[in-house]
Design a protein around this ligand. Structure first.
Ligand code: FAD
Length: 399
């Protein structure tokens, strides 16, 4: 057909959609624009922070999308979208026209969404919620921590990227402290009263880190116990809670409030929540026709913001876009999310669900499809599956 699809952002969502568009219809011209030459995965970046993985092994090239799948790759930042002219413009000043546009920019940090936490603060108290230099910085700070030091984590309210991510990170920091600095302590200050896979995490923490005892390496402070942090005093490495308590730490990981990637904000694709509403059948924007949004930036009903969700959404979005370009009805979607978390290098827990459109055309979980690790599950085998999941999703998305 020679139709043109432009994809903004080559993360799990954007890379997968570009690849599958070409797989479904090789006559479609697909251009993928990403500001970075390589992609560093957030999945497994907590393992780097835990000290048993190198960041270089999480760094991927997008070259195969071109050489194997015929996607045109552009390294540039998309700065504007013109929905009337159906074109995007980049920082370098190039213009790309489209028949359909897919926007997959991931998240942006809401700077000062937590008082005192701005870009400069992140250089001292890392968020490490985008993998790369921030991941390395947090790891280095943990290495420099004296035995007996205090590590704090600030956990955000929902919704945010990777709901179980902070708790996997806490587990692996605890693992590092237990093996290297056993007199130290990790405290999580949470803006919520419950969290993803809580039962599984707390059981693992009790098994491994003394959770629930006076000697516990991990303490979790929920919002109802004044765990909600409202201000960060960066200079004094101090967190200030909702009720005015001050906590001074040695290493502080702040996971700040988030929103859809900047281009979604500037192009007017997000709504008052900071995220982007879509038609769940096709992932077409509720604001502008011919523009689709997938991955973390989108409002995806019951699906969590994960690489696994992004990959699954991308495949059905690709199928829907090809159908729309060819003026046929889009297929009926069912999506998948699989989520593994390591609690130490040889102990993993998981949860998985299948999703479909409900009667109101929203993305809903098919309850009977859900599965979680059982008490008797083989934790070591699950840790092996975690590594296999990682290799498979990278292959499916980028190779
Ligand atoms: P991203 O992966 O962020 O990709 C967005 C891309 O768009 C980037 O490459 C960026 O450079 C590019 N971009 C943005 N704006 C522009 C622009 N204007 N122009 C050009 N390019 C642009 N998920 C799991 O499924 N399993 C896990 O185990 C897991 N672990 C995690 C652990 C941590 C610590 C974190 C933080 C996240 C984890 N996640 C996990 C979540 C996962 O990383 C995200 O859900 C996933 O990356 C979302 O994919 P995306 O494509 O929407 O966004």
């Amino acid at each position: 057909s020679g139709k043109k699809v432009v994809v903004v952002g080559g993360g799990f969502a954007g890379a997968t959609v570009a690849k599958y568009l070409r797989k479904f219809d090789a006559s479609v011209q697909v251009t993928l624009i990403d500001e970075n030459p390589q992609y560093i995965t957030c999945p497994a970046s907590n393992w780097v922070i835990g000290g048993f993985r190198e960041l270089s092994t999480l760094t991927w090239d997008r070259g195969a999308l071109h050489s194997r799948h015929g996607v045109t790759l552009v390294q540039d930042l998309v700065t504007t979208i013109d929905p009337d002219a159906k074109s995007v413009t980049t920082k370098k000043g190039d213009k790309f026209v489209y028949d359909r546009l897919i926007v997959a920019p991931g998240i942006a940090i809401k700077w000062n969404g937590l008082e005192g936490y701005d870009e400069a603060a992140a250089e001292l108290l890392p968020h490490a919620w985008k993998a790369g230099a921030q991941t390395t910085l947090l790891r280095k700070q943990l290495e420099a921590l004296p035995d007996g030091g205090k590590v704090f984590m600030v956990c955000p309210a929902n919704p945010f990227r990777c709901p179980p991510g902070p708790y996997e990170r806490a587990s692996l920091i605890a693992h590092y402290l237990k093996t290297n600095k056993p007199k130290s302590k990790l405290v999580l200050f949470d803006a919520k009263d419950n969290f993803s896979k809580q039962g599984l995490f707390e059981k693992a923490w009790a098994n491994l880190y003394g959770y629930g005892t006076a000697q516990s390496l991990i303490e979790w402070v929920p919002a109802s116990k004044d765990g909600k942090i409202v201000q960060v005093d960066v200079k004094n490495k101090t967190l200030i809670s909702e009720f005015g308590e001050k906590h001074k730490g040695d290493v502080i990981n702040v996971i700040p409030p988030q929103q859809a990637g900047i281009i979604a904000q500037t192009a007017g694709l997000s709504n008052e929540t900071g995220w982007c509403a879509v038609d769940a059948q096709t992932w077409e924007s509720k604001k502008y026709p011919f523009i689709h949004l997938i991955g973390d930036a989108s409002i995806a009903g019951a699906m969590p913001k994960s690489g696994s969700s992004a990959n699954s959404q991308a495949k059905f979005c690709a199928a829907a876009v090809i159908a729309l370009l060819n003026e046929v009805a889009p297929p009926k979607p069912t999506w998948l999310n699989v989520c593994y978390s390591l609690v130490n290098p040889e102990y993993a827990i998981s949860v998985t669900s299948v999703y479909a459109l409900d009667a109101e055309q929203k993305v809903a979980e098919i309850k009977a499809s859900a599965g979680v690790s059982k008490p008797e599950s083989n934790k070591q085998l699950e840790a092996l599956y975690t590594e296999n999941w990682y290799q498979n999703i990278v292959k499916d998305s980028f190779l």
